[in-house]
Design a protein around this ligand. Sequence first.
Ligand SMILES: Nc1ncnc2c1ncn2[C@@H]1O[C@H](COP(=O)(O)OP(=O)(O)OP(=O)(O)O)[C@@H](O)[C@H]1O
Ligand SMILES: [Mg+2]
Length: 242
Amino acid sequence: MSLELRSINVAFGGFKAIDDVTISLKKAEIAGLIGPNGAGKTTCVNVITGFQDPSSGTVTLDGESITGKAPHDIRRRGLARTFQAGRLFTGLDVLDNLAVTGVGLGHSRRASEDEAMRLLDWMGVAHLAELPAAGLPYTDERRVGIARALMFAPDFLLLDEPAAGMSEKEADDLARIIRRIADELECGVLLIEHNVGLVLSLSNHVYVLDAGKIIEEGDKAAILGSQAVREAYLGADQMEDA
Ligand SMILES: Nc1ncnc2c1ncn2[C@@H]1O[C@H](COP(=O)(O)OP(=O)(O)OP(=O)(O)O)[C@@H](O)[C@H]1O
Ligand SMILES: [Mg+2]
C-alpha cells in the first residue's frame, strides 16, 4: 500500500505555501517531514486529509486519486491524522472521546467502548479513560489524540508535531509508541516534528521542506550530510543535537 503526493501546489492568494511537493509513504514505514515554522508541513497534511484543496497536483492512495475528497471520505479510506492542538471533545471523558469515533463509523456503543479501552491500554494510558478530556496535561492529550486517530484502524497516520512541548523522556516514550504503530499495526506514519533527532532516528526516509519546497530528502545520513539543509535553514546547533 502506498500514499503519494505528486507535484502538489497550494497557493493562498498570490502566496505559494506549497510548491511542487512530491512525497511518498509506504505501509508499515515511517517518513519524516521537517522544516522551519511556516515551511508548509501542516498544509501538506491538510491536503492529504482533504482539509485543503491543492491548486494543482494529485494525492493517490494505492494509485487511486483521493485529491479533493472530503475529510470524512478520506478517513474511511484508512487515513487518519492528529492536530497540532489536541482538538479533543472537551465535554467528554477520554474513553468517550474515542468511543464516539467508533459510533460514527457505525459500530455499536458497546463495541466502540471496548475498542476504545483496548487502544488506550495499548497506548499505555488506560488509567486516563474516565478523566474529563478538558483537564488533561497536554502530553496526555497528545497520546489520547493518537489513540483516537487509531480508532479508524488507519493504514496511514499523519502526526503533526506530536512531541511538541514534551520532555526528553516523554518524547522517548512517544518514539516507542510511534515505532510500534508502524511495526505492530503495520501503519504507515508521516511524522512532522521540530524535534529533528526524533525524526531522524525513527524515519526510514526524511523530507525537508523549506518555504514550500522539498530542499532535501533521504535517510538520516543524507539529511545530516546535506549542505543544503545545513545552510538553507536548519541552524547548525539543531543539526549537531540530532
Ligand atoms: N488558510 C491559509 N490562508 C493563508 N495562508 C495560510 C493558510 N494556511 C497556511 N498559510 C500559510 O502557509 C504557510 C505554511 O503554513 P503551515 O501551517 O503549513 O506551516 P508549518 O510548516 O506547518 O509551520 P509550523 O511549524 O509553524 O506548524 C505559512 O506561511 C502560513 O502562514
Ligand atoms: Mg504546522
